[in-house]
Design a protein around this ligand. Structure first.
Ligand SMILES: C[S@@+](CC[C@H](N)C(=O)[O-])C[C@H]1O[C@@H](n2cnc3c(N)ncnc32)[C@H](O)[C@@H]1O
Length: 263
């Protein structure tokens, strides 16, 4: 696996093995990224292929969720006082971390179960409004989660004009064929010069297939050419068990940061 890609602009990262999280999974519940792996399938009744995600939330099979939030967000986020877009946010405590650091945070998530669980677990009073596009808003904190298909939610629903985007498990969750459209949708919500922090994964997809889909440096260079790689962390211990079963021996969480041309 190529870790030093063309975008690499720092000293070679030490391969830091993250502390293994030994959380026993409830019976029948898998503990990796969406696992067992499902194919993103689109059909007439589910044109965006969202149903498998909704099913996962209903079944509580959310192995990607990090109860303590993402370590690379804490290590690499810069800035407060920003309006931050968090695509495909799940119920990540990262939303609360960003808000606690002075930002106004808007997440987008297809599952209402996830949105409600976020506020309940963070012990934040919230209101639900909207019908076709439900919106969950914290009563006394600057956090909103807009529910629906990411590709159908525009600046009218979110307010747009974001200064920054935090993308963990989002671009890599999208079918690679949809990456261009995902970024078009995302950039349309961001201001010119917005900060973009991308936390992605990189592995040999000829051994195992996503989601999460591998995103190599070359692809990032094509899709988001202004981003630079700032870290790569050995994350084999936290990869979907199915990946290990398939024989995968290397799995990295990779972090990119930079300014993008939104608007
Ligand atoms: C891999 S999870 C990552 C969640 C979160 N970013 C985190 O770090 O925990 C991907 C999330 O995206 C949501 N999702 C997938 N496709 C979506 C879409 N088209 N529109 C909105 N949400 C979507 C799923 O329900 C899931 O919660």
């Amino acid at each position: 696996m190529v870790i030093d890609g063309p975008l690499y602009d720092g000293p070679r990262e030490a391969a830091v093995t993250k502390r293994r999280m030994v959380l026993p999974a409830p019976e029948g519940v898998n503990c990796g990224f969406p696992q067992p792996l499902f194919r993103v399938q689109r059909n007439m009744s589910d044109p965006q292929g969202n149903q498998p995600w909704i099913d996962r939330w209903e079944a509580g099979q959310i192995g990607w969720h990090e109860p303590d939030g993402n370590a690379n967000l804490k290590a690499h986020w810069k800035g407060s006082g920003q309006r931050v877009l968090v695509p495909l946010c799940g119920k990540s405590p990262d939303l609360a971390w960003l808000e606690a650091h002075g930002n106004d945070v808007v997440g987008i998530e297809v599952s209402e179960i996830a949105a409600e669980a976020f506020f309940v677990e963070q012990d934040m009073a919230f209101e639900r409004s909207g019908r076709d596009t439900p919106v969950f808003t914290a009563r006394s904190r600057n956090i909103t989660i807009v529910c629906g298909d990411y590709f159908a939610i525009d600046s009218d629903a979110t307010g747009g004009g974001f200064d920054a985007c935090y993308d963990r498990g989002a671009l890599v969750a999208i079918d690679p064929a949809m990456r261009g459209r995902y970024l078009e949708t995302t950039l349309a919500q961001l201001k010119h010069g917005a900060d973009y922090l991308l936390v992605a994964v990189e592995y040999d997809q000829s051994v195992a297939d996503g989601p999460p889909f591998s995103l190599d440096a070359e692809s990032v260079g094509r899709l988001l050419p202004t981003l630079r790689r700032v870290a790569a962390v050995d994350d084999l211990d936290n990869c979907p068990p199915k990946f290990l079963d398939a024989g995968l021996t290397a799995f990295y969480e990779v972090v990119y940061r930079g300014r993008v041309d939104g608007g």
